[in-house]
Design a protein around this ligand. Structure first.
Ligand code: AMP
Length: 380
């Protein structure tokens, strides 16, 4: 199948055309500054016109079979990818308050495609869906039930498409059937989240009501005492200012002055104390979470690293695994340094369980899920 994968942000639109049979990427691109003036397209509809114009050549040879959308928030309703119709689009729209930066853009992307190619099947693939198997004791906050009933305040989790894809590849590499697979998956990119996988299903994950909870990230604080927010509000900061502070101006950026892991590792090696401390805080907190998730899955059969930092930073992987001696993990120094685009083991045979590096590919996962939904629907 020829699938157009759309990842639509508030002011950007990333796309890929993929052949799901050969796994070939036939076209890809990024459109930026949507609705920001300065030569950028006026809205998502105009951006989609630009995508279509760019694809004219390849679509003349063979048309698209389907479109797959990355949708950030599926709320409690969506636990699987779904074929989009008007009612589904409205349901996604109703989730806008839960993901105000992301879902409105996803809806605009869907509507732009509907307007352009009304007959083309579209599938929504949700970032939250893989975490719909979290037990209630993992997703509940210890707050009055009315907050859940009135506002949907609970833990949802994100990066699900990546965690599920990486978990599946890891199980395959180790020759363990997915329903028997227990693992801790660390998605370490600009956004960072950890997932506890038990029997192939997500049973806990570090992001919560929003992608701010959990680990230290590129520009996000991760966990902190919620009283800090109340304190700052009493100091006169507005909700928007606190939002920016914790989502955009915190994390590695606040600790080390930038959010590029390469630069931080180099600075730390050159003796920069801020960079050193940033690496210590980040790796320490991640190691504590990994220990907790080892317990949550009833003993992991693998620790899996993925995404920008997880796949590429041998130095950061070493910092984390060095703190996991209590779990009996032992990194293979040579294997850890090898650069490769393939799933691989980076621990020694003496390690209590293997440490893996598995490249993520959310676009591929979305394209495959889209093809499966469309083919499944046609067969019914
Ligand atoms: P992602 O969000 O998955 O694209 O990951 C972005 C993060 O990956 C940034 O913090 C980058 O600094 C980091 N990253 C990308 N390539 C490398 C590399 N070769 N070494 C260390 N960090 C890297």
């Amino acid at each position: 199948m020829r699938v157009l994968v759309i990842n639509s942000g508030s002011s950007s639109l990333k796309y890929q055309v993929r052949d799901t049979t050969t796994d070939e990427i036939q076209a890809s691109g990024l459109i930026e500054r949507i609705g920001e003036g300065g030569g950028g397209p006026a809205n998502h509809g105009v951006a989609m016109d630009q995508v279509a114009a760019g694809l004219e050549g390849i679509l003349a040879q063979k048309p698209l079979d389907a479109v797959g959308h990355r949708v950030v928030h599926g709320g409690e309703r969506f636990s699987e990818p779904v074929l989009i119709n008007n009612e589904i689009t409205r349901s996604i729209e109703r989730l806008n308050p839960l993901a105000p930066l992301h879902n409105p853009a996803n809806v605009l992307g869907i509507r732009a495609i509907t307007a352009k190619w009304p007959a083309l099947p579209q599938v929504a693939v949700f970032d939250t869906a893989f975490h719909r198997t979290l037990p209630e004791y993992a997703w509940r906050y210890a707050v009055p039930d009315s907050l859940y009933r009135q506002y949907g305040i609970r833990r949802y989790g994100f990066h699900g498409t990546s965690h599920e894809f990486v978990m599946g590849r890891a199980a395959e590499l180790l020759g363990i059937p997915v329903p028997d697979f227990n693992a801790v998956v660390a998605h370490l990119g600009n956004g960072v989240s950890l997932t506890a996988v038990r029997g192939g299903a997500s049973v806990d994950t570090s992001m919560g009501f929003t992608p701010l909870e959990g680990l230290v990230m590129g520009t996000r604080s991760g966990d902190l005492d919620p009283s800090i927010l109340i304190f700052l509000q009493r100091q006169g900061l507005s909700a928007d200012e606190i939002d920016t502070l914790l989502n955009r101006d915190s994390g590695l950026k606040a600790l080390a002055g930038n959010n590029d892991m390469r630069a931080i590792v180099e600075a730390a090696e050159a003796g920069d104390a801020h960079a050193r401390l940033a690496l210590d805080i980040t790796s320490y907190r991640l190691a504590k979470y990994i220990g907790g998730y080892h317990v949550a899955v009833g003993g992991a059969q693998a620790l899996v690293f993925t995404a920008g930092i997880g796949e590429n930073s041998a130095a950061f992987r070493a910092l984390v695994v060095d703190r996991l001696g209590a779990l009996g993990l032992k990194l293979d120094a040579v294997a850890n340094l090898e650069r490769s685009g393939s799933p691989r083991v980076v621990s020694t045979p003496e390690s209590a369980f293997p440490v893996l590096v598995v490249p993520t590919d959310e676009e591929r996962a979305i394209a495959e899920a889209t093809a499966a939904v469309v083919l499944g629907t046609e067969q019914r």
